[in-house]
Ligand binder design. Structure first.
Ligand code: SF4
Ligand code: SF4
Length: 90
């Protein structure tokens, strides 16, 4: 599952539920907490994690194909080292 909620940390603020553009979150009215209703629909946009006010209440795992795409886009823009330098001692 790409998104996990850490219920030990979640304060039930509903930000993830309100901001997910894919409407992935359901809301448990009895316990007043979110749940992941449609895990396969996640876009991996990261908005839920960005909007969540509690550190580590949401864990987002990017699938391998996302990392391949990120690598393709950004690693080619990094300049390759032209020579190797040993770190200075002391
Ligand atoms: S990563 Fe994006 S699509 Fe996936 S649950 Fe979070 S807000 Fe929704
Ligand atoms: S945004 Fe974070 S703290 Fe708020 S309900 Fe969602 S997981 Fe819980």
């Amino acid at each position: 599952m790409p998104v996990k909620i850490n219920y030990h940390r979640c304060n039930g603020c509903k930000a993830c539920y309100n901001h997910c553009p894919a409407d992935l979150f359901g809301w448990d009215e009895e316990r007043d907490i979110p749940y992941i209703a449609y895990p396969d629909e996640c876009w991996h946009c990261g908005i839920c994690k960005m909007e969540c006010p509690v550190e580590k209440a949401i864990e987002l795992t990017l699938p391998p194909q996302c990392w391949l795409e990120i690598n393709k886009r950004f690693i080619s823009k990094l300049s390759a080292p032209t020579e190797f330098q040993w770190p200075e001692e002391g």
